[in-house]
Design a protein around this ligand. Structure first.
Ligand code: C2E
Ligand code: MG
Ligand code: MG
Ligand code: MG
Length: 291
């Protein structure tokens, strides 16, 4: 077996490689501990309809409250579990946590759907919809329509049949899907048409520079045009300024998420944030004051 691997054989017995594997192993073990010790938490970022100012949903974003290193962003720890079974474990934990939070907020009169990010590995697991059904059954007070799953187009491209099957089954349970980071993968009209997707999220990398970079503006324009032709709602990520918001609305993109509206926040902070967010009337007079 080792012989067949040819050149890899060398690396296989390389002491540095051993050490690397050891480090990876320890990192993963540490992550399992974090899950068990409740060091992971979800932050929530509001999504707003820019026409009315209404908050239409929340995206759940994972954080690791590390006892020594402080609050870690997903980019600092998700890569260590990439394509391992831990991704499935984390994914189920996040869904469960979101369903718990939905129950709590529902009791407080806050009825906003939560979007959960699903990794490509997790989406393609064969019993995905069955497990989702079980998780939903544990939280009978939450209407499945309050849960949305954000998937990357690359996940669907990897195995379109499996993705299509899992997504259709989840949709039958009442759960809907959003395509995340749209424009960064190998997007094609065909896939958009095939997949049961009710929201298209334009990637923040295009939004960020759209006002200064003609190419990025062209991409944003095309995505909005396409999504409108397909009659799919779309949301712009990374909306940081009023200028961005205005330009996006002028192009026909009405939903937005970004630091210009709110940064991701712990669940406990949301009720106060919502109470301070302008009402519909206040929004309209703000819009008149800032044409
Ligand atoms: P994403 O799903 O595209 O999430 C949007 C990211 O953009 C978040 O970063 C958010 O904090 C950040 N963001 C929001 N508004 C702005 C803005 O105006 N400007 C800038 N510069 N950034 C903004 P975050 O929380 O670090 O998450 C990064 C990525 O990690 C997410 O990208 C998602 O792919 C992944 N991720 C987060 N939570 C989970 C999770 O629970 N499960 C899985 N599988 N992946 C997750
Ligand atoms: Mg997302
Ligand atoms: Mg995104
Ligand atoms: Mg992203």
């Amino acid at each position: 077996r080792a012989k067949q691997r040819g050149r890899d054989t060398f690396h296989l017995f390389d002491p540095n490689h051993d050490r690397l594997l050891q480090v990876r192993h320890e990192q993963r073990q540490r992550f399992i501990d974090a899950l068990n010790n409740h060091e992971l938490r979800l932050y929530y970022q509001p999504q707003v309809d820019m026409r009315s100012g209404q908050v239409v949903g929340l995206e759940a974003l994972i954080r690791w409250q590390h006892p020594e290193e402080g609050l870690l962003a997903p980019g600092q720890f998700l890569p260590t579990i990439d394509t391992t079974p831990l991704e499935v474990e984390l994914g189920e934990w996040v869904i469960e946590q979101a369903l718990r939070q939905l129950t709590i907020w529902q009791a407080q009169g806050i009825a906003l759907p939560i979007n959960v990010n699903i990794s490509p590995t997790h989406l393609l697991v064969s019993n995905f919809s069955q497990r989702l059904d079980e998780l939903l059954a544990r939280h009978p007070n939450v209407p499945p329509a309050m849960l949305k799953l954000e998937v990357l187009e690359s996940a669907a491209m990897h195995d379109i049949q499996a993705a299509l099957q899992n997504m259709s089954r989840c949709q039958a349970l009442g759960v809907s899907f959003a395509i995340d980071d749209f424009g960064t993968g190998f997007s094609s009209l065909t896939h958009l048409r095939q997949l049961p997707v009710s929201l298209i999220k334009i990637d923040q990398s295009f939004v960020r520079d759209m006002l200064s970079d003609q190419d990025d503006m062209a991409i944003v324009e095309s995505v909005i045009y396409m999504a409108n032709r397909f009659k799919r709602p779309m949301l712009a990520e990374g909306v940081e300024t009023l200028e961005h918001a205005k330009a996006l609305m002028a192009l026909g993109c009405e939903l937005a998420q970004g630091y210009g509206i709110a940064r991701p926040m712990p669940a406990e902070s949301l009720p106060t944030w919502l109470a301070n967010w302008p009402s519909r009337e206040e929004w309209n007079s703000l819009a008149e004051a800032n044409p």
